[in-house]
Design a protein around this ligand. Sequence first.
Ligand code: PGA
Ligand code: ZN
Length: 401
Amino acid sequence: MKIQRVRAMEILDSRGTPTLQAEIVLSNGVRATAQVPSGASTGRHEALELRDGDPNRYAGKGVLRAVGNIENTLGPAVTGLDASGQEAIDARLLEQGSGMGANATLAVSCAVARAAAQAAGFPLWKYLAGSRQPVLPVPMVNIISGGLHAGRNLEFQDFLVIPRGYPDLQSSLEAVVRVHRTTGELLAKRGCVLTGVADEGGWGPHLNSNEEAAAILREAITASGASMEIALDVAATHFFGESGYRMEGRARSATEMADLLEAWLPKYGITSIEDALAEDDWEGWKVLTRRLGSRVRLVGDDLFATNPERLNRGIQEQVANAVLVKMNQIGTLSQTFDVIDRAKAVGYGAVISARSGETEDSFLADLAVASGAGQIKIGSITRSERLAKYNRLLEIEKWEL
Ligand code: PGA
Ligand code: ZN
């Protein structure tokens, strides 16, 4: 199963922004493609997402240079290698230098895995799992969006639900959809104009405060008779400045942020908080973790950037207790698994996550099952770039596991 040909093309993501698709052809004729996602609320410690910078095409966001890197450098570097040697292939991709772009290396890395799975005759999740114990993940589902995903209507980026006590994904999703519908009805009753959806498919209402969003969400859960915990992605990096955390007309310190969130935990049934503080506020994170870490899942997204070194620092300094895992923050499948496996080994949680700019590729669903992480974050239950993943999980649950 040697890699015979690698090619790439520029496609569009769910925001109409260019992204990459790579194709691998093996010597036995097996062919597979993979598409890569792209974030909006990106952290500064993420690997390079290579864009053309040509103002005449897509406001500089074209990816033709990344296409060229795949066809002229990364492709030739892995041609002739055995497709089942994922680690060797990923190492070879990284040897070509970080200037290639993590979007370029990831497209090749994922397409190789998919081709190898097909050649072996396995579903992708089974191939990826290797000796890991596969687990169908519980989703955390976006219902209300703010921040950079909804025009800065609220400071906090995601108000999500985690279904609890359902026997399977099918019944969990049915309940989540009820909560989503009921939230829309409650928002409409308050006079919110609900035109369109936010980047990840949730509602993007203008409300008076962040707390109002949490309160409406809890009200919707109760009114729809669902059993749900609430999760937040504060995405605090994106409203942090010299004066502190600037929200609702004033600046707060890290301690004041912890005070605010601590009061919300019992009030709204919050069990998971992502990026409660900014990506480089290590001192604040230590205080936050000491205060809330035993009661709630504290997930690092911009903080860790799916980077093994940053995760190790977090583990050493007792910062956060879970990592958000986004493949394109680091750039290869092997490095992604390194982060997940390391987190699991030390008792940190791992949440396998999509980006706000997504494609119809459902790779993430198989990755989540294969990793045994137990949790996935895809966005809301509208827009087919999200549903491609939920529906793939349903298919794995129904027909493959
Ligand atoms: P992004 O958002 O893909 O725009 O970075 C997702 C998240 O912050 O979790
Ligand atoms: Zn996040």
